[in-house]
Design a protein around this ligand. Sequence first.
Ligand code: PEP
Ligand code: CO
Length: 454
Amino acid sequence: MNQPAKTERQENWNPMSWQRRVALQQPHYEDGTELAHAIAELAQLPPLVTSWEVLGLKHALAEAQEGKRFLLQGGDCAESFADCTSPIISNRLKVLLQMSLVLVHGLKQPVLRVGRFAGQYAKPRSTDTETRDGVTLPSFRGDVVNGPEFTPEARRPDPQRLIRAHAHSALTMNFVRALIDGGFADLHHPEYWDLAWVEHSPLAAEYRRMVKGIGDSLRFMETLAGPIAGFTRVDFFTSHEALLLHYEQALTRQVPRHRGWFNLSTHFPWIGMRTAALDGAHVEYFRGIRNPIAVKIGPSVTAEQLLPLVEALNPEDEPGRLTLIHRMGHAQIGTALPPLLEAVKREGRRVLWVADPMHGNTESTSIGYKTRRFDNIRSELDQALDIHAAAGTRLGGVHLELTGEDVTECMGGARDLSEADLQRAYKSTVDPRLNYEQSLELAMLIVRKSGSMA
Ligand code: PEP
Ligand code: CO
């Protein structure tokens, strides 16, 4: 295939060139002028991350591709403006820190922590409208677009929400940065990450044993070598699905000391499964930014579709640039994943393979709760590790929907939550999330499974 030269490709791209393509999953704004004003205002606001951080993450992802790091990416399915609170943000951080401690300890590898937060406000929907009792309104597309309440006012796509989403992302980011820089992630104080409601968790004893072991080693090393600065803070990066292209465009910037364009709304944007068409607007937008990027791939993707996508998004085979997040479902991963791994390997393309064991395992209960079974999530992860091992490729990370709150949205896990338990604390307006215990259990299972394969 004849590829246009690099410069020609770049000349054909600008932050708005996606508008020449079909953009799926975009809201219909009633007033174009109002939208244009909001985009113009957003384009003047300061970015949320820096190009230095973005390139730093790309470098770390390149190391993960080489098998030197493991990626832990997790957070809510969708953040909401109402959940931009101190306890919700810090509890989510606590879970991710505890999981990463389990993974570091068990995998004997640095863990790269990426939150699904500080901008995860847009959701793809299966239909544009929702009908209840004969009334039809636009679907809820996430807080950056409209409100979840079923009223005409709330469901009207409101361009001012673009500005509010930026502000809430900045508030979240500011708090996360302050916590991390202030010593919250200090390995000497894992008790900072304890969550009040889990004292009696079935997993608490195992976790505490491990933390004690780490504490003992740390004190031993510091007795020999003196205080080790690297243990007092960690890096935390942000990610979100770059779905709403007007928002992403307004935060796509050039900077003085690096060439090209950066999406400075987040470190690590991804394209969701529904918007990954090769000739679509999202792929057009993504090909021109310098961030590390990820694409979600589902069971219907063929090798013939995947390889041109890899070529379009990473023509130079740049290290750290492209992550592929497979989300196949426990029943389909066995047939759907191997041909993709084989094809990418055969072409010698450099990607980071990550498993999302959540999105292919969503089901509805008889009374209409959207849920996921822990056993299915676990089974998909187990199979993913085996399939990669058999293919001679590496599973370099996991992508999870989780929360630090005491929710009952996924069934099963150490407390064996049943269908009846779902009504106790089902809070998600979108997908069901793992609660703290289920998240920690999953991290322990990854470690055990990897240990048994080594
Ligand atoms: C998501 O990550 O919340 C999501 C919608 O995933 P997918 O694109 O894999 O369905
Ligand atoms: Co989701």
